[in-house]
Design a binder for this molecule. Structure first.
Ligand SMILES: [Zn+2]
Length: 459
């Protein structure tokens, strides 16, 4: 085979020719030359990658990548073809038997990062994982080929992304355990320069799954309606001093942890706790949990964030005031607004108990009946959350009074996971959600370490 140097020289020549042709082609703009340069360089890039892979495989020592034992019955030249960023490459590797693991091993596969895949290079594994977590797989396959030339049929892209998602879940488990281990060590107080509060928000949304696909009739005959909708539990956490405002006054958070899981409330509790620890919960002067009225949020907070203050999302409280308003004024929107506006202002800027007392006064005047029942229910609601409505104090301290941060994140994630007619499986969901959290949390390079190369080039 020709050396890369010779190949490169020939490529340079053909690129020169393309430039000349481009200059005189009146119907071509920069896009045309971009495509030509890309297409012509691809073979050289592919060969460089293949050469590097082969050379690295050749020097990989014949030891078991799992247990480290020297392999026996080693034979060479087992070839395997992988799809790389620049097209298919073929690598010939050594194979040996590990007597301890009682398995055949290809040490070069591990060295090259090809072990955990159905035949794709690490960069292609990453592309499959990222695209599948951002868009439906049939689109992902077409977009990938269009932008990069990498051909990954829909079904294989899906399979590869799920495999990477499974791997991501393992990495997450290790990371979460490590975060909890680190947190057990005593903190050196002088490390915390400025005391800060940790804000934690939680919410949940529904996803459609077909985990009992095809069994619908059998289930129905057994008197059971198949469950298709399931909860995705989500949480976010950030330091209050990382929250600022744009020039236009819109709140922005510079660093924020994010968790989304189909592993139930237990899964959320462990994952969110680990995330909060990574973001500095252990060194925080205090913590604040914000959520809507859902009982599970406060149970989880009592359980895992015992010392945190709790706050009911302001806008949920307002919705409950509106329920009272509708019970009193029916469809009369003007009366409802006139009644509601001062109460909302009071709830925000004065002690919440004043608002509750007014509702109680109204209730005392009402004759028995449906409206009174509604108002009674809402009065109970406000009493239950009385200690979670310190909006005035919260605003003075510059804290959020609503759970808008997690709600907007939920909306974004739902765009991907809640398209009409889409069904998911629990395992598939969790894998893709896990990939999504690594991406959002800025820890993508833990899954695909070659990204540190890209970070270096930024500096
Ligand atoms: Zn072994």
């Amino acid at each position: 085979m020709e050396s890369l140097t010779v190949r490169a020289a020939r490529l340079a020549e053909s690129l020169e020719q393309s430039v000349q042709d481009f200059i005189v082609a009146s119907d071509q703009n920069l896009g045309d030359i971009e495509v030509q340069v890309e297409r012509q360089s691809r073979e050289l890039q592919r060969q460089a990658t293949e050469k590097a892979a082969q050379a690295k495989a050749d020097v990989s020592p014949p030891v078991c990548p799992v247990c480290g034992k020297v392999l026996s019955r080693v034979s060479r030249d087992h070839s395997r073809t992988f799809e790389s960023r620049f097209g298919p490459i073929t690598v010939r590797r050594a194979r040996g038997y590990c007597r301890r693991c009682k398995k055949w091993r290809f040490p070069a596969d591990t060295v090259l990062g090809l072990a955990d895949t159905a035949g794709y290079s690490p960069r292609v594994q990453e592309m499959a994982a990222l695209l599948a977590s951002k868009m439906p797989v049939n689109e992902a396959s077409a977009v990938l080929e269009h932008l990069t030339g990498v051909k990954l049929p829909r079904a294989t892209l899906d399979r590869e992304a799920r495999r990477q998602g499974q791997r991501a879940r393992q990495v997450r488990r290790q990371e979460d355990e490590q975060a909890c281990q680190v947190a057990k060590k005593p903190v050196q107080p002088e490390l915390v320069l400025e005391p800060y509060q940790m804000i934690i928000q939680m919410d949940a949304w529904n996803i459609r799954e077909r985990d009992e696909w095809g069994k619908t009739e059998a289930l129905r005959q057994g008197g059971k309606e198949p469950e298709r909708w399931h909860w995705v539990y989500t949480g976010t956490c950030f330091r209050l001093d990382h929250r600022g405002k744009t020039a236009r006054g819109r709140p922005v958070i510079s660093e924020r942890g994010f968790v989304a899981t189909r592993e139930g409330i237990d899964g959320l509790r462990e994952q969110l706790h680990a995330e909060a620890l990574r973001r500095g919960l252990g060194q925080a002067a205090g913590a604040l949990v914000i959520g809507d009225g859902a009982v599970w949020i406060w149970r989880l907070a009592d359980d895992r964030f015992k010392d945190a203050r709790q706050r009911l999302d302001f806008y949920h409280a307002v919705e409950h005031l509106a329920v009272v308003g509708r019970a009193l004024f029916g469809e009369d929107k003007d009366k409802l607004t006139d009644w509601l506006r001062p109460l909302v202002r009071q709830l925000k800027n004065q002690a919440a108990i004043k608002v509750v007392h007014q509702l109680e006064d109204i209730l005392a005047e009402l004759p028995a009946g449906a409206p009174a029942e509604v108002v009674q229910k809402e009065v109970n609601y406000f009493h239950e959350h009385q200690d979670r409505m310190d909006y005035r104090a919260g605003q003075r301290r510059g804290e959020p009074i609503g759970s808008g941060a997690i709600e907007s994140t939920c909306r974004q994630t739902q765009c991907r996971f809640k398209r009409p007619g889409q069904y998911w499986s629990r395992e598939g969901d969790e894998s893709l959600l896990c990939l999504e959290t690594f991406w959002r949390n800025g820890r993508w390079q833990l899954l695909f370490p070659h990204n540190r190369q890209l970070d270096l080039s930024k500096n």
